[in-house]
Design a protein around this ligand. Structure first.
Ligand SMILES: [Zn+2]
Length: 794
């Protein structure tokens, strides 16, 4: 869903670690909002309660620079296609593709007709599939799509998410039944409180002002009466915790799974997330247009709340300059991909010796109050020791007034969504510069999404009961099995692995656990009632609801510290109302929520090759994550460990490097930007492996239906596509998963901060690397979609 980092409804006031977060959960889409939610799920297990939504990315629409190439010779390839159908050929832009196959049987069922219509609307046959398959498969999607003013992009994912949102709204608007279980009332109340715009306008800015006071007062508002001598940064953190705000603005504190002992939890200290979507923006400095907009947003908000404009300008410039320095000492995301580098266990005593400027034991105990009491012997993980060493120096060098201005700015920004339009319009202005959206989303969308992500288990339960088509579950189970089998075959045939590493890889693949659609517990009201026990949400106190949710969620997450991790827990796998899919390294599990088992991804009444190309690719993608640059550093039981023989590791790194370079050369000339090959390598490895596995898994499925089949002859072509054989339709269907159109601002945001490549390259990269694709479309060697130098990891 094309979400907006600033306008995203935040139903709790705790921050996520945003883009800087360690991501042990990996989703398939570009919607990193979900990623942040799931990272939270895995790391803090606040899952049921959601956390503010942070980063966002959108897809893009540009083409990389490939060399043009010679076209002649490939006739043999097409006639050698193992298709039973006789084909005649047609010259198109100097290249031959198969058309008008008289014998090509066409499926004319309503399911096939509908599926074909969707694809036909997107395909642009004026583009040669061997030049740019993304443009061929999605060119008309781009041409016919107008991005609404309130969106930063429109994608296949967002279209399905929008349908889901309409369904959820319908549920939320239903009158509570007489003896409705409380969790259902809670989620409806939350929605109602968010929708009550009149009440929010009536109350005005007073609730915000009161909270700012309670948090110690925002110096820029207080003027000279603010008392510098009484401010100690860590003491203000304790107050934030009490009121229901994030404790993570200077130091990210969490209770997470211990990466080397993944059935247990541990306290984890990390560098904080920043007020902008990533350090990359802040590092450009105050002259940058987006940083300017960020500063102006702060000045506008402070002035609205009563600050003197000149003072606001001066003091908040200081605050942004402090944040730029803070960004500067954070570890770049390129380096954060290495989990071992972030795994620095030590006792609190050792930390105190290393960095004596912070009363660490007291600090952590106050944050954990009244749930746990730690001693100096507590073993904790310090992700970036160097950051902390520099942080204390920076904190000492910065005037208390600036620190307080920054701290209160972050809290105020987190509150804006709950405020009247006067405040929200300032947020929108900043967002326009950041993402290109010029309108807010309709209120109901914001409220539905907020309620759904904050109480995901309750919402998910209602969604599944009302809308989920159960037969999708069985089909998904079958596809997962086929794709796993295919992955084993790939492991068996890989020529760059020694036997020991191969065996360990197979063991890891065998032990992957699968979560499909939703867990049965979600249908048990009592389980839901127990989960939300103690949470109160009223139908007219929107801001109070958010504070209650944060306190409840934080207590839930921190309360887990001494409990073992249940890796198949229904709570963290019980969020079906989303369009996404996940791999978790610490669980070695894959997850396909009910929300993605439909629409463009799956349909029971259409040819199976379309399903393998779409949801099958997604399944392959998630499985392959277990073996990407990050996943490969975790063992079968989810522990961070090196199970690679040195020579095989070298071979792996060489192959990964090929992809880093390949994707790093994909560029957007109009933005003067290239894809970040390093940051996107995990997703690219997953995309490449995933589509290969899906293709072969379909052949497996097909031969199971008819052992005499060549793998592609048991299903028919589609209406309007009679000139394409079933193999070609597999690729067309698969590419359609990534059809998208984005605003340049959101594209820039994605390239700067995202882990996923922009949409066109999620098609062009993997397809160009696969000989099966070139064969099926008869692309000459050297053409953009069949380059001589191909990359493959799996
Ligand atoms: Zn992924």
């Amino acid at each position: 869903m094309p979400t907006n980092p600033v306008l995203e409804s935040q139903l709790t006031l705790a921050s996520t670690r945003e883009n800087e977060r360690k991501q042990w959960w990996k989703p398939v889409t570009s919607t990193e909002k979900f990623l942040s939610l799931f990272a939270t799920a895995a790391v803090c297990v606040v899952i049921a309660l959601a956390i503010s939504l942070a980063a966002v990315l959108a897809n893009s629409t540009n083409s990389p620079q490939f060399i043009d190439a010679d076209v002649a010779k490939e006739e043999a390839l097409i006639s050698e296609l193992p298709s039973p159908r006789s084909a005649r050929f047609h010259q198109m832009k100097g290249r031959e593709i198969q058309i008008d196959n008289a014998d090509n049987e066409v499926c004319k069922t309503p399911g096939c007709t509908l599926a074909a219509a969707e694809l036909l609307m997107n395909v642009d046959e004026s583009v040669d599939p061997c030049d740019d398959f993304y443009k061929f498969a999605c060119g008309n999607f781009e041409k016919r799509t107008t991005i609404p003013d309130d969106r930063s992009a429109v994608t296949t994912f967002s279209i399905l998410s929008d349908k889901l949102l309409v369904q959820l709204r319908q549920i939320l608007q239903e009158k509570p039944s007489d003896n409705e279980p409380k969790p259902f009332t809670l989620v409806k109340n939350l929605y109602k409180s968010c929708m009550n715009k009149n009440l929010i306008e009536e109350r005005g800015l007073e609730p915000m002002k009161a909270i700012i006071k309670e948090l110690g007062g925002w110096p820029v508002l207080e003027g000279d009466s603010w008392d510098e001598s009484s401010f100690v940064w860590y003491e203000s953190v304790y107050q934030y915790r009490k009121v229901g705000y994030s404790v993570d603005y200077f130091i990210d504190f969490s209770v997470t799974t211990d990466l080397k002992n993944s059935t247990w939890r541990v306290i984890d200290l990390d560098q904080p997330g920043l007020g902008m979507p990533g350090r990359e923006y802040l590092l450009k400095g105050l002259e940058d247009k987006v940083v300017q907009a960020y500063l102006n947003y702060q000045i506008g908000l402070a002035t609205l709340l009563g600050a003197d404009p000149q003072r606001a300008k001066e003091e908040l410039t200081d605050s942004v300059e402090f944040e730029i320095k803070l960004a500067n000492i954070t570890m770049p995301r390129e380096e954060r991909r290495n989990a071992s580098k972030l795994y620095n266990p030590m006792t609190i005593r050792e930390l105190s010796e290393m960095i004596p400027q912070v009363p660490w034991l007291d600090y952590m105990n106050k944050i954990l109050e009244p749930l746990h009491v730690l001693t100096e012997d507590e073993r904790i993980i310090v992700d970036v020791p160097n950051f902390f060493k520099q942080l204390v120096v920076l904190l000492e060098q910065t005037p208390a007034r600036t620190l307080a201005n920054y701290h209160l700015w972050r809290a105020t920004a987190a509150t804006v969504s709950y405020m009247p339009e006067t405040a929200r319009s300032l947020q929108l202005k900043y967002s326009t510069v950041l993402t290109g959206t010029t309108e807010r989303r309709p209120r109901w969308e914001e409220c539905t999404e907020g309620a759904s992500s904050s109480l995901a288990n309750a919402m998910g339960s209602l969604y599944v009961r009302k809308f989920f088509q159960e037969d999708a579950k069985a089909a998904a189970v079958e596809m997962v099995n086929d794709i796993k089998e295919t992955f084993f075959e790939i492991l068996d045939t890989i020529d760059w692995m020694d036997e020991e590493t191969r065996l360990r890889a197979k063991k890891k693949a065998e032990t992957i656990t699968t979560h499909i659609a939703y867990p049965e517990e979600l249908m048990q009201n009592q389980k839901l009632i127990d989960l939300y026990k103690g949470l109160e949400l009223s139908s007219d106190e929107y801001l109070d609801n958010a504070l209650n949710l944060t306190r409840f969620g934080t207590n839930y997450a921190f309360g887990k510290l001494r409990e073992p991790v249940n890796k198949t827990d229904w709570i963290s796998h019980g969020r079906p109302a989303i369009v996404n899919a996940f791999y978790s390294s610490i669980e070695n599990s894959i997850q396909f929520p009910a929300g993605i088992l439909q629409g463009a991804f799956f349909g029971k009444n259409r040819p199976t090759y379309l399903n393998y190309g779409a949801i099958g690719w997604v399944i392959g993608h998630e499985i392959t994550h277990g073996f990407d640059d990050q996943g490969r550093t975790f063992g079968p039981d989810g522990n961070l460990q090196d199970w690679w023989e040195p020579s095989t590791k070298d071979n792996y790194l060489e192959r990964a490097q090929c992809m880093i370079q390949q994707y790093g050369n994909f560029s957007f000339p109009e933005l003067n930007m290239n894809v970040n090959g390093k940051n996107t390598q995990g997703e690219n490895i997953a995309d490449n492996g995933g589509i290969k596995e899906a293709y072969r898994a379909y052949e497996r499925w097909s031969r199971r239906q008819n052992p005499d089949s060549n793998g592609w002859d048991i299903e028919k072509s589609l209406p309007g596509f009679s000139k394409y054989n079933t193999k070609q339709l597999f690729w067309i269907g698969a590419a359609n998963v990534w059809c998208s159109k984005s605003r340049p601002e959101s594209l820039k945001l994605r390239i700067l901060t995202g882990a996923h490549s922009p949409a066109p390259f999620r098609v062009r990269g993997p397809f160009a690397n696969l000989p099966e694709f070139s064969n099926d479309f008869n692309c000459p060697l050297g053409s953009p979609m069949n380059p001589e130098k191909k990359c493959a990891v799996w």
